[in-house]
Ligand binder design. Structure first.
Ligand code: AMX
Length: 406
């Protein structure tokens, strides 16, 4: 079976039954206590949400349907022999719980291609925005403009039975995921390249097409984008973008409305915008001391940042207590593809310097780097230098996780 919806239809009645049983048998059982600190800290550490697509272990990091990131790199289908995983395979895994075959992943590529056309009125909305509108705000506006075509909203109005909600939610989610690369590329081209858009290439897969439509066709860049879009997809349910999407979805707001809520959260500097902030911060270091930064100069810079009441972006995490495996995965890609790149070396130097200093503050619970410490370096290397755009790329990927959970 290579049809994603048919694979879901075969599973969903059983899953609905499993949930009913779980509720019946274990409903009154307590999962744990809740402390005052946890309540003040925004529910940190309280096991209070069902999130089937991924599980975040503080020591080990994220597992997608039980698979670690290195396992995904090994097992998910790739576009090139032995190359990086394609996110279409991850989408199959997240939605069905099963590792896809090559044919199943290819069928998802086709499904997304068939539905990728973005209506003209959405481009018009983007063109009419104030030229200084942040790319993340543009992304939210474009997704909201697409909402007029929500199948779930229409079916709900027509009185659909609740056991069938998943079908129009699936249709909306696939339609939205299919259109996101074109929307993201249009935001990029409008904001930084004079508004000249590039057509999708029907031979390319979903993530590679995003790179192509932005104007980057280097084979290495296509591979980087496939990996990037795979590893940013999901991080359990407690982070701001996932939680906000889920929360708004619980009001039966359709996938367009719910996903927009997630994206307004991802746009915050302590969450997804941190990838932009890391680059900005690194550029400040380079402007002050040049490219050959010594360890001592770097230490001084980190302390100056902390003393001025700011956070060191790209470090720390609400749940993780070790180096983020998404950081390690990107560092591995950099080591394979850009070992002599000065910015890569600068980020490696940060790894040497920052954790010790954060430990010395005596209050940071996780001094290790997170996903955002490394992603900007990969993008810069291939020429995508406009850091204000980076969170949009994160957002496109995040759609795979939060909409699968929906
Ligand atoms: N630099 C400086 N101070 C930090 C810090 C960092 N990287 N990480 C945590 N701290 C500080 C907190 O601000 C807090 O200080 P306060 O008591 O004076 O308010 C104290 O250490 C304790 O915080 P914590 O329990 O360790 O972290 P948290 O769960 O409250 O917050 C996070 C987690 C990610 C918001 C925080 O580590 C941070 O601000 N990091 C920098 C921004 C960043 O990289 N965000 C991206 C995270 C990944 C993602 O969502 N994409």
């Amino acid at each position: 079976i290579t049809d994603l919806k048919a694979a879901m239809a075969a599973k969903i009645p059983k899953e609905q039954e499993r949930l009913r049983e779980l509720r019946k048998e274990c409903g009154p059982k307590a999962l744990g206590a809740c402390t005052v600190e946890q309540a003040i800290g925004g529910m940190r550490g309280i096991p209070a949400m069902l999130w089937e697509t991924s599980l975040l272990d503080p020591e080990e990091g994220i597992r997608f349907r039980g698979h670690t990131i290195p396992e995904l790199e090994e097992k998910l289908p790739s576009a090139k022999e032995g190359g990086e995983p394609i996110p279409e395979g991850l989408l199959w895994l997240l939605m069905t719980g099963e590792m896809p075959t090559v044919d199943q992943a290819k069928a998802v590529t086709e499904l997304l291609r068939e539905r990728s056309k973005v209506p003209d009125h959405v481009f018009k909305v983007l063109r009419d925005l104030h030229p200084n509108t942040h790319p993340m705000t543009q992304l939210c506006q474009a997704v909201l403009a697409l909402q007029v075509d929500s199948k779930f909203a229409a079916d709900y109005r027509a009185g659909i039975h609740k056991s069938k909600y998943w079908e129009p939610v699936f249709e909306d989610s696939i339609n939205l995921i299919a259109k996101l690369p074109t929307i993201a590329a249009a935001i990029y081209r409008n904001t930084y390249k004079g508004g000249e858009l590039i057509e999708a290439d029907p031979k390319l897969d979903w993530a590679a097409n995003l790179s192509h439509m932005m104007g980057y066709d280097d084979e290495g860049c296509l591979e980087m984008m496939r990996l990037y879009q795979t590893i940013h997809a999901d991080h359990e349910g407690g982070n701001v973008s996932a939680h906000a999407t889920h929360l708004v979805g619980s009001a039966l707001s359709d996938p367009y409305l719910s996903f927009t809520a997630g994206m307004t959260g991802l746009a915050g500097p302590l969450h997804g915008l941190a990838n932009q902030e890391v680059l900005r911060w690194l550029n400040e270091v380079r402007a002050e001391v040049g490219d050959n930064v010594t360890k001592e100069q770097m230490k001084e810079f980190v302390w100056a940042t902390l003393k001025s009441g700011k956070v060191v972006p790209g470090f720390g995490h609400a749940v993780l207590r070790k180096t983020d495996p998404r950081y390690t995965c990107q560092a591995g890609f950099a080591a394979r593809n850009m070992p002599d790149y000065p910015l890569y070396k600068l980020v490696a130097l940060l790894y040497d310097v920052v954790p010790d200093i954060l430990i010395q503050t005596g209050k940071v619970k996780n001094p290790w780097p997170n996903v955002d410490a490394h992603s900007g370096v990969l993008l810069q290397y291939y020429g995508i230098t406009e850091e204000n755009f980076y969170t949009v790329l994160f957002g496109v990927s995040r759609a795979l996780g939060v909409l699968s959970q929906g």
